[in-house]
Design a binder for this molecule. Structure first.
Ligand code: URP
Ligand code: ZN
Ligand code: ZN
Length: 469
């Protein structure tokens, strides 16, 4: 069975060109500058898509999600619904996280997370959390690597949840990751700086509007520098997740200046939302609460300039959705479940606020959302490219007249069980109209045509930064 996509503009690694694509058995077969048609020799076309006026991207990758979290306040979007939102957003692969589960090896932790991801409608892979060191970790990491998980997540904060890796263990973990060519990714907020800032604050019930006072940008600066210094000492690449501030970026710049290989991920919310939203109308500030917190407009501007200048490598969402009810149960910003939805809005916001506002071009957008995450996490070219012979994961993105993003309005309604979007009211200038996963159309003009469990685990190879060193 084959599918052809005609008349679209393919967004490639260097430029955009008009070409047709044929897909056979889930793989890209040909990219042709000459129009393909039903009658072309050698093609047994069963379906045609006319992509005139649209841009064709390698399926987007959301490199940072938290779907299906359990616990006292479970996330609103499980693996089915979270991945459905992502699919509507033109995403064909997401990367979620496995906790280091007590009493389980790293491989067992990852395997049980993979099992719970079985309902996903798009492909997925994992980053593995590493929270405590013990004698078996070297062997466990190597075993994890053979499963195709090549990135670990380390925390410099969240001591209260038991995930902050002890400072004395960092050297050993980094050295092991270097030997195994595994990517070290870091949530960079220095708990010492946070504790110090919190000690000086006197509030009976600190609301969301002062969240940033508890978790200042200085904490991000400090953690990025500390992790970066260690990465330099071990001569390994370092991946910073959800960079939120100008201070954090300053630390990245200093490290890069000294020769460090730092890969930077940020999110649409740190680019385009600021702490004014935490003040919220009608007590809705909590809907915008995540960690690190939203910063100032000046931080948005610095990160936007960095995006334009190519200093940011990946834009992901950190989709971690809670319902309005969950968000409004507590008033203290330290107790409100932290996290927001965003996978569905990712490409729409980056296109509308990035490409349409001339901050980036379409090729940059393709790198930020497709090629770079695939390369960095060892999935390229199978994912993140439109090369013949690779998975036919394709997003057809269609510009449109200005429309307001609105959670409830038809036809722009969104699918997160959270019941809201932090981008409500943003002007959208385009959206994914067709999402294709391994040759199968799963979203077309607002309709889901895939099914629960269609997604597959993607084993990762060597992260590209290890090849650049
Ligand atoms: O608020 C957030 N970001 N929630 C998810 C957990 C994390 O730190 O990424
Ligand atoms: Zn984090
Ligand atoms: Zn996260």
């Amino acid at each position: 069975m084959s599918l052809i996509i005609q008349n679209g503009f393919i967004v490639g690694e260097k430029h955009i060109r008009k070409a047709d694509i044929s897909i056979e058995n889930g793989k890209i077969q040909t990219i042709s500058e000459f129009p393909l048609s039903f009658t072309d020799k050698g093609l047994h076309v069963t379906e045609e898509i006319d992509a005139a006026g649209s841009f064709i991207f390698p399926g987007f990758i959301d490199a940072h999600t938290h779907f299906g979290l359990g616990g006292v306040s479970p996330t609103a979007d499980d693996f089915f619904n979270g991945s459905l939102c992502a699919a509507y957003g033109g995403i064909t692969t997401f990367i979620d996280f496995a906790d280091q589960e007590k009493g389980q090896t790293l491989r067992e932790s990852a395997e049980s997370r993979i099992k719970s991801e079985k309902d996903a409608v798009i492909d997925f892979t994992l980053h593995q959390g590493l929270y405590t060191m013990h004698a078996d970790i070297p062997e466990e990491l190597s075993d994890l690597r053979s499963l195709g998980i090549r990135a670990v997540k380390l925390f410099t904060t969240y001591k209260e949840f038991g995930v902050c890796l002890d400072e004395t263990s960092w050297d050993e973990v980094l050295s092991l990751c270097k030997d195994l060519e595994m990517l070290v990714t870091v949530h960079a907020e220095d708990d010492e700086v946070i504790e110090k800032a919190s000690r000086n604050l006197r509030y009976t019930t600190p609301g969301p509007e002062i969240h940033a006072l508890f978790r200042p940008a200085a904490a991000e600066y400090s953690a990025v520098r500390k992790a970066g210094n260690l990465a330099m000492k071990h001569q390994i690449p370092l991946y910073i997740v959800h960079l939120s501030s100008a201070e954090g970026l300053r630390a990245v710049r200093e490290l890069r200046e000294m020769g460090a290989e730092v890969i930077v991920e940020t999110t649409p919310h740190y680019l385009f939302l600021n702490r004014k939203y935490l003040e919220g109308e009608n007590g809705e500030g909590s809907l915008f609460l995540m960690t690190p917190p939203l910063r100032d407009i000046a931080d948005n501007e610095v990160l936007q300039q960095a995006l334009t200048a190519g200093e940011i490598d990946i834009v992901a969402t950190d989709h971690c959705a809670f319902t309005r009810k969950q968000k409004s149960e507590k008033l203290d910003c330290r107790e409100i479940p932290f996290g927001i939805p965003g996978s569905e809005e990712l490409s729409r916001v980056i296109y509308s606020c990035g490409v349409e506002n001339n901050r980036i071009d379409l090729v940059q957008m393709m790198h930020l959302l497709s090629a770079a995450p695939a390369k960095v996490f060892g999935m390229y070219p199978e994912k993140g490219s439109l090369l013949p012979g690779t998975d036919a994961d394709i997003t057809i993105f269609t510009p449109h007249d200005p429309e307001k993003i609105s959670f409830s309005a038809h036809p722009l309604s969104l699918h997160s069980n959270s019941g809201y979007s932090v981008y409500d009211g943003f002007t959208s200038m385009g959206k994914p109209s067709v999402t294709i996963l391994r040759g199968k159309v799963i979203i077309r003009d607002g309709n889901f045509t895939g099914h629960r469990g269609l997604g597959k685990f993607v084993p990762c190879g060597t992260p590209a930064p290890y090849r650049n060193l």
